[in-house]
Design a protein around this ligand. Structure first.
Ligand code: ZN
Length: 288
């Protein structure tokens, strides 16, 4: 049994490597109201991402000839003015990821819109062109956010209603999936912030590998999501490399960026299929 989704040139499946380049932005957002933060530990773990981690992963992608999609918060791009151009120069896509990595639950609709417009202006100023896509911090979305993403003509990559591209609220969705996000297994910053130990590399290897082989058989897409400071630690890079090797060994794979998938989806016969309204069902106010 395979999905009916049509990939270009008769390809069987698609693989997208994506990174949420959070760096220190969630720390800055979480501590935004503290006048005088005292603790360095979380900040240094996150700073590892742009000092070392990102570059290791970029070198790994080069070895496999993979072009990925990198979602960068505006504040990270602002503090590292060469970052977007460097990523683009190495053949990758850069996409939006909030300005301050604002969590949806912390901001109003207007604050979301302000952050989006500020991010777009910054990306345009730094790269000379509009970004193609948006990914929500922590992968939460609202109807308002979808409408704003649609207003700019962006695709979204934050929801998980299919495992191939689809459309929701008039927006092309390039879907994500929690089981193929590194944070749920390995994000462990210590200091009481985490409540479970990191998962063994072999276990993550098995889940990611099985998901890939299964999706490839089904004709779906794998949206792997890693973070600059998480998957770049030595033992995790080895897991990542083995996965990339398995993908390279699979036949009929379209390795592409989210932007390329969005362009394909909108131009192909898939565009009229898999379309959904974004309206939420009414709440359940009473149980009788
Ligand atoms: Zn993020």
């Amino acid at each position: 049994m395979t999905t009916a989704y049509e990939w270009p040139e008769g390809k069987q499946s698609a693989f997208v490597f994506s990174m949420d380049v959070d760096a220190d932005s969630p720390w800055l957002w979480t501590n935004r109201k503290l006048p005088d933060p005292r603790y360095l530990s979380h900040l240094e773990q996150r700073r590892f991402g742009l000092r070392e981690g990102l570059w290791r992963i970029l070198d790994l992608l080069d070895r496999y000839g993979i072009k990925g999609s990198f979602y960068v918060p505006g504040s990270v791009a602002d503090a590292n003015p060469q970052l977007l151009e460097t990523l683009i120069g190495r053949g990758h896509e850069v996409g939006l990821h909030g300005f301050h990595h604002e969590l949806v639950t912390d901001v109003s609709d207007q604050q979301f819109t302000d952050a989006l417009e500020r991010s777009v202006a910054l990306f345009k100023a730094q790269t000379g062109k509009m970004p193609r896509g948006f990914r929500s911090p922590a992968w939460e979305m609202t109807v308002h956010m979808l409408a704003e993403v649609k207003r700019f003509g962006f695709y979204d990559s934050s929801l998980a209603g299919h495992d191939h591209p689809y459309q929701i609220g008039g927006v092309t969705e390039i879907p994500v999936q929690w089981p193929i996000d590194d944070a749920i297994y390995w994000k462990f910053l210590g200091g009481g912030a985490d409540h479970w130990p990191p998962v063994a590399p072999g276990q993550v290897q098995e889940i990611w590998q099985e998901e890939w082989l299964g999706l490839h058989d089904l004709g779906g897409m794998m949206m792997l999501t890693v973070h600059d400071y998480i998957s770049s630690r030595a033992h995790r890079l080895r897991v990542l490399e083995r996965l990339l090797q398995t993908v390279a060994d699979s036949r009929g794979v379209w390795s592409a960026t989210s932007a390329e998938l969005a362009d394909w989806h909108e131009a192909s016969a898939n565009a009229g299929r898999y379309c959904y309204d974004a309206a939420l069902p009414p709440g359940i106010h009473a149980v009788t």
